[in-house]
Design a protein. Structure first.
Length: 199
């Protein structure tokens, strides 16, 4: 029997982008309009290529008052999920200029996955969640962002679509497994090259 491989995942992003909903929907496999404050730590189980995988996920305190201390909690994190909202383009700007920068400044060669939430509102432009002062993330903005983030992953999701949330987290588990495998191969390859110098 194979023991489950555990990976540590941090979920970060601006306040109000839907981090808690993304986590709670996956946990209870149902969507609620009000999840409250949710939880801090979550454990999601998957089977990837017939191997048991457990994602130990935590929603990081992303308030400004925690800016100085937050990077200290990034130690031993395998993957960072950076969340931004379709209904507020500023959260996309912050995803790149604040959150990605913070991760790269504190973690070597991190696995980073961007998730744009609230995409169900693309078909409901009259929603009260879409306001003129925030502005939505347009396709042009998104394409420009993608062109600057080729080494990272980007997915769109609505927490109201439980099946999509389930697929998203399964994909995150796959990406982590594949990325870790690639890094191991790269490390082994480098080791072999070093050995060859002494033969």
């Amino acid at each position: 029997m194979n023991l489950a491989k555990e990976f540590k995942v941090a979920v970060i992003g601006d306040i109000g982008v839907g981090k808690t909903s993304l986590l709670m929907t996956q946990k209870i496999q149902s969507y609620e309009e009000k999840f409250g404050n949710g939880e801090i730590n979550y454990s999601f189980e998957f089977e990837i290529k017939k191997l048991p995988i457990v994602l130990k996920v935590w929603e990081v305190d992303c308030s400004e008052s925690y800016d100085e201390f937050r990077p200290l909690s990034y130690r031993d994190t395998d993957c960072f999920v950076i969340v931004f909202s379709y209904v507020d383009k500023d959260t996309l700007i912050h995803a790149e200029r604040k959150w990605l920068r913070e991760v790269k400044n504190n973690v070597t060669d991190p696995i980073v996955i961007f998730v744009m939430t609230k995409v169900d509102l693309k078909s409901d432009q009259n929603s009260e969640d879409i306001t003129t002062d925030k502005k939505i993330v347009t396709e042009d903005l998104l394409e420009s962002f993608k062109s600057r983030s080729e080494s990272h992953f980007l997915y769109e999701c609505s927490s109201k679509q439980v099946g999509d949330v389930r697929l998203l987290w399964n994909k995150i588990a796959e990406i982590i497994c594949d990325s870790k495998k690639t890094k191991r191969k790269r490390k082994l390859s480098t080791t072999e090259k070093i050995k060859s110098l002494f033969i």
